[in-house]
Design a protein around this ligand. Structure first.
Ligand code: SF4
Ligand code: SF3
Length: 562
């Protein structure tokens, strides 16, 4: 059995995974995920037609958010759970179809296989899915644009899901998600129409990230500068990974008198900076690094782990922690226990808390503290000193090094790039890319730390707000006239939507690495290069010289000092 997936940066050979995913996804899981995306297209076809008649279904919007999130890289490897989600989608599609028929609505794409396919068992679904995946589009530029759009929509769905968990919704963005997804099976759309939708996705991404930002800060307060411990205490702990702050809040509340500590892992690190979460004294610190180091770090943690979202790495057969891992929300892995939402919307974490009490305290793997909390509100409070530092020349450049981390060796580029930056450059970061340099001693410039961490990948929104504010303060008409370089690391599909958001905001000349997406055909890549100046990475020396000019020779330096 074969598969084809090229949605993430680790796509095999830089072209696509065909035998098994580098991420650990099997061909069966890949086929079921293809079926789930296709079911989402079918649901979207009827949902769009129903919307045109003023019929909006919150149940459909919720299913779509979770379905797309489930197919993001490293979110869900549980075949049975994915199959059940496809079955739910097909019955939702039938309901919507029925509704459209009763309204005598013309449904433009009702003839496509997305609107008609079905299967009764996992086996049948896997065989049907063989014709539903990426390769069903023959023209390589159309395929590239369709997949770029679908991956962006997956990221958009993830952020909409987090906002929805906090009670925040945006009907326009939800309608766009349905319309754009349906458009990916519309053979009447040419490259220009698909490109228009890709760019519109960037616009909707800014709205969705602002929505999530407002929902997070509304519930938990504005992030504030916070020192986060990276050592350990002497009580047992639960390690929480992923991006869902609501899950973390519920776990903190339910465990506050249990005699255990709660630690964050990878993308949950920024939780420490929110007043509404840091008020829990047993939110002890951050354990470990980015997601891909989890096999080693979960062993030494010794307590249970809760995945609220991606990134899950399949545990090796020898792992001692596999029976202590829980998932919730869109995340899933066969053998991990899954915590479901109760009818009242809350989750019961008592089992994982009880398990933690029987475990040993974590083994210490490092000591010290890291600094976080530089989201837009906090940065704007520092605006005076920051602007002064730029005016005086103490800070010459900001470098946005946001995005994802990954396991490929080439990503040491980002550690080297951060280390070799001129001492008058300040890094702005968000997402798990930060783990490549957030424990280096990069110091500060007149009290301004040289790494300003705005939070999770979705908090790239904060970086955009900061850039727009600086543009206003300096009276510039173009965001690209600011002294800001963009050197973004990508891995999964949330980074795709963040990139589209930056393009929508007019940011040009973004350096994207460690490799350009395999799903960009030469033709589509060329459009991105010529329109937005997107470029790949080279050696650190070359990129440093192109961004900061040739380093001064020792002779020049001595002469300058003399
Ligand atoms: Fe390969 Fe990435 Fe797809 Fe996994 S998600 S199968 S690593 S391209
Ligand atoms: Fe990281 Fe998965 Fe993307 Fe949210 S946790 S940035 S890779």
């Amino acid at each position: 059995m074969s598969m084809f997936c090229y949605q993430c940066q680790e796509a095999a050979h830089g072209t696509g995974c065909e035998i098994k995913g580098v991420c650990g996804k099997t061909p069966t899981t890949a086929a079921l995920q293809d079926a789930l995306v296709h079911a989402a297209r079918g649901v979207s076809i009827y949902a769009t037609a129903a919307r045109a008649h003023g019929e909006v279904s919150p149940k459909t919007a919720e299913w779509l958010r979770v379905a797309l999130f489930t197919t993001i890289t490293n979110a869900n490897f549980d075949d049975q759970a994915i199959f059940e989600r496809v079955v739910e989608g097909l019955s939702l599609r039938a309901e919507l179809q029925d509704r459209c028929e009763r309204m005598e609505t013309v449904v433009p794409l009702s003839h496509t296989d997305a609107a008609t396919f079905g299967a009764a068992s996992v086996e049948e679904m896997v065989s049907v899915a063989a014709r539903l995946g990426v390769k069903r589009t023959e023209n390589e530029d159309v395929r590239s644009l369709r997949e770029l759009l679908v991956y962006g929509l997956k990221g958009l769905a993830a952020y909409l899901h987090h906002a929805a968990e906090l009670g925040a919704f945006d009907a326009e963005v939800e309608a766009f998600l349905e319309r754009a997804l349906a458009a990916t099976v519309d053979d009447s759309l040419d490259g220009a129409a698909l490109t228009g939708l890709v760019l519109e996705a960037g616009q909707k991404a800014v709205t969705a990230m602002a929505l999530l930002d407002g929902a997070n800060t509304g519930r938990f307060g504005n992030p504030e500068i916070t020192k986060v411990k990276i050592g350990v205490g002497n009580r047992p702990g639960i390690l929480v990974s992923g991006h869902d702050l609501v899950d973390l809040e519920q776990l903190l509340e339910q465990s506050k008198d249990a005699g255990i500590d709660i630690y964050t892992h990878s993308e949950m690190l920024p939780a420490h900076s929110y007043p509404g979460l840091k008020k829990y004294a047993h939110l002890y610190g951050n354990y470990g690094n980015a997601w891909w180091q989890q096999n080693k770090e979960f062993e030494s943690f010794r307590g249970p782990v809760l995945f609220t979202t991606n990134c899950i790495v399949p545990p090796p057969k020898t792992a001692s922690y596999a029976d202590k891992v829980y998932t919730t929300g869109a995340a899933g892995f066969p053998g991990f226990r899954h915590v479901v939402k109760r009818a009242d919307g809350t989750k019961d974490f008592s089992e994982i808390i009880a398990l933690a009490k029987t475990c040993q305290a974590p083994l210490e793997i490092e000591q010290g503290e890291i600094l976080g909390g530089f989201a837009h509100d906090q940065i704007l409070k520092l605006a005076g000193p920051v602007v002064d530092a730029v005016k005086s020349g103490a800070v010459k450049k900001f470098v946005v090094m946001a995005g994802c981390d990954g396991r490929q060796k080439e990503r040491s580029y980002y550690t080297d790039y951060a280390s070799e930056l001129p001492s008058d450059a300040v890094i702005l970061t968000a997402g798990c890319a930060k783990y490549r340099y957030n424990k280096l001693s990069l110091g500060d410039i007149g009290g301004i730390p040289r790494v300003l961490d705005a939070g999770q990948c979705n908090d790239s929104y904060s970086l955009a707000v900061t850039a727009l504010k600086l543009k206003e303060v300096f009276g510039l008409s173009d965001i690209n006239d600011l002294p800001i370089e963009y050197n973004i690391a990508w891995y999964e599909q949330k980074a795709v939507i963040v990139l589209l958001a930056l393009l929508h905001l007019g940011v040009k000349n973004i350096r994207l690495g460690p490799t350009l997406p395999a799903f960009l055909s030469p033709g589509v890549a060329q459009v991105l290069v010529s329109t937005f100046g997107i470029k790949g990475i080279n050696s650190v020396g070359e990129d440093m010289a192109s961004s900061f000019g040739a380093p001064e020779s020792a002779v020049d330096e001595v002469e300058a000092q003399a």
